[in-house]
Design a protein. Structure first.
Length: 433
């Protein structure tokens, strides 16, 4: 039995379709082997303060509808992952820390500012009917721990504060645990090579390696199983950063994987290089979005998501975490006016949900490629694709045609046999049972 879902520029949105074969269309065969590569962790988005605030601006019925659209495994798109910031990030209502200035005792540590984020995670978890895999990332340590005495515009964490910052992060993990939320993994620093006008902090290779050693030991001493990902910045130099840190055997022993973002002009080869060089480490995409405002109803943004997800997963990525879950129709709020788009936008005053085409492109992956699915090694000439074996024995193929002409696509693999007409500018998920 074969089931096909399709989203296209012509208007379909994850619709069930019956494939009509057009022998005049350009032909493409997907060569699928019986060899496996990575096992998938899943898909998700970021529980930012902006997202929590936007949910607070609508009635409970609409709030639940918005969360179900992402996290409901049946009626939504089945997200099972999420990302949160340690301290504030730009997508929030202002800059904040969890302690009072210069409190080196950390006695004032308090995460009450995050309560609306915590509530959102709990609601999403209930809807998902499973514990969400949460990744935490710091944008900046408290300003007084840094050499520029600012949370914004880069600066570096002073070496003398590495141990205290590690204890701060441990208090964060434990505070969330006390609220019933497990922090599955964390990154050393969000975008450690970016000097931004919002919360940011700079780490070179040596800095990050040193922090890995300090934090890795601190987590072990605190009996926490939270995983550590390094880099958490763009693909273009992820291989170099990973190489420089992982050549230190002790540091490598604390590193679970390499996290990365997409703001780098599609340097997909760096993902493959990193995957092939460090087979014992795990690759996780932790942020991507359309910059420069809300981009309502943009199909081009959807294709950007599709292209990035296709290439990154094809090259060994195990999970894909989008940026903000919910932005309003201005592309915010963002306390430094760094407005962006999200797959679901909230039109606050009429209290309506806007599903951008990017939402449906993500759905073609997240709804059907369940945690534990294994990617089969495959190849093609033109059509972007990924093929998986799910834990229930079902095969799933995701195909994307970014071109102006339709393609007749087929696979003759004994276990994954299909043929379909893939319209111009479309994506299909094919389920073979």
């Amino acid at each position: 039995m074969i089931t096909i879902y399709e989203t296209s520029k012509a208007g379909s949105r994850h619709d069930l379709v019956t494939s009509i074969i057009d022998q005049n269309a350009s032909k493409e065969e997907i060569i699928i082997t019986d060899q496996f590569d990575q096992t998938m962790q899943g898909f998700g988005g970021a529980f930012t303060e902006a997202s929590a605030y936007n949910l607070s601006r609508v009635e409970q019925e609409i709030r639940e509808k918005l969360l179900k659209a992402y996290f409901d495994p049946i009626d939504g798109i089945g997200y099972n992952m999420g990302r949160i910031s340690i301290n504030s990030c730009d997508f929030g209502l202002g800059t904040y820390d969890y302690v009072q200035p210069y409190d080196e005792s950390l006695k004032s540590f308090n995460i009450s500012r995050d309560q609306h984020i915590i509530d959102m995670i709990k609601e999403a978890t209930k809807i998902a009917q499973q514990d969400l895999q949460i990744v935490a990332s710091p944008w900046s340590p408290p300003f007084w721990m840094k050499d520029n005495l600012k949370a914004i515009k880069g600066g570096k964490l002073l070496k003398k504060y590495y141990p205290l910052w590690a204890q701060y992060i441990i208090k964060f993990i434990q505070s969330y645990q006390n609220q019933g939320i497990t922090i599955d993994a964390l990154t050393i620093q969000n975008e450690p090579a970016a000097n931004q006008r919002w919360e940011s902090c700079l780490y070179d290779d040596q800095d990050e390696k040193d922090m890995v050693l300090v934090l890795g030991k601190a987590l072990k001493e605190a009996h926490l199983n939270t995983k550590i990902y390094i880099w958490d910045h763009n693909r273009d130099v992820m291989f170099d950063r990973a190489s420089n840190i992982l050549k230190d055997k002790e540091a490598a022993s604390y590193v679970y994987g390499i996290a990365f973002h997409w703001y780098d002009n599609d340097q997909f080869i760096e993902v493959k290089k990193t995957h092939d060089a460090f087979e014992d480490k795990h690759l996780l995409f932790t942020e991507g979005c359309q910059e420069g405002g809300p981009h309502l109803h943009s199909y081009e943004v959807a294709e950007r998501y599709g292209k990035n997800m296709m290439h990154d997963i094809f090259n060994g990525t195990e999970g894909y975490i989008d940026w903000n879950l919910f932005l309003d129709t201005t592309g915010g709020p963002n306390h430094v006016n760094n407005l962006c788009s999200s797959p679901i936008m909230v039109d606050v005053f009429p209290e309506t949900m806007i599903l951008n085409p990017s939402y449906f492109y993500i759905k073609h992956f997240s709804k059907h490629i369940l945690k534990g699915s294994k990617r089969l090694i495959s190849s093609s000439k033109n059509i972007l694709h990924n093929v998986f074996l799910r834990t229930d024995g079902t095969y799933v193929a995701v195909l994307m045609n970014p071109f102006d002409e339709p393609y007749y696509v087929n696979s003759k693999n004994n276990k994954v046999h299909f043929e379909t007409l893939l319209p111009a500018h479309s994506i299909q998920t094919i389920i073979i049972q």
